[in-house]
Design a protein around this ligand. Structure first.
Ligand code: 5GP
Ligand code: ZN
Length: 139
């Protein structure tokens, strides 16, 4: 099977601007630089996204994020960061090797393309939905 683009970056077959690497994780600058310092953190093991991730891969990936986030913020002089992860095409995933975006924020005019719409809460519906999800978690 052909390697995905991020597996090719891990293998050194495609160049990347690396900021961190160990046996489990690679972090490198996103080619799109949505804001200056936009970084991707990926597991070296090929998994499609969070929906396909074992607890071990998640542990290896996420435990490195605080250190990497602090480094990106300090080196860029950003005021804050968004940390994002897209799962499946409908949610904006375009590369199907799991990755976490670290997106430095400089102003509220940064064009990162995600906003949250607020709705009036329907507490009965919230309770039912929470119960349905809770049932799935414990399955
Ligand atoms: P997604 O849309 O799947 O959450 O994010 C994929 C990201 O990978 C995009 O932000 C895109 O700019 C980045 N990307 C795609 N191909 C390459 C590449 O060859 N090198 C680097 N450094 N980033 C890439
Ligand atoms: Zn891959």
């Amino acid at each position: 099977m052909d390697k995905c683009i991020f597996c090719q970056i891990i293998a050194g077959e495609i160049p990347s601007s690396k900021i961190y690497e160990d046996d489990k994780v690679l972090a490198f600058l996103d080619i799109s630089q949505t804001t200056k310092g936009h970084t991707l953190v990926i597991p070296k093991k090929h998994v499609r996204n969070m929906l396909d991730m074992s607890e071990q891969v998640a542990t290896d990936l996420f435990k490195r994020l605080p250190k990497l986030a602090r480094a990106v913020k300090t080196a860029t002089g950003a005021k804050g960061l968004n940390i994002l992860n897209n799962n499946e095409e409908i949610a904006g995933q375009s590369v199907f090797h799991a990755h976490v975006h670290i997106i430095p924020r400089y102003s509220n005019q940064d064009e990162i393309g995600i906003t949250f719409t607020e709705h009036e809460p329907d507490f009965e519906a919230l309770g039912q939905l929470a119960q349905a999800i809770a049932n799935e978690v414990t399955k």
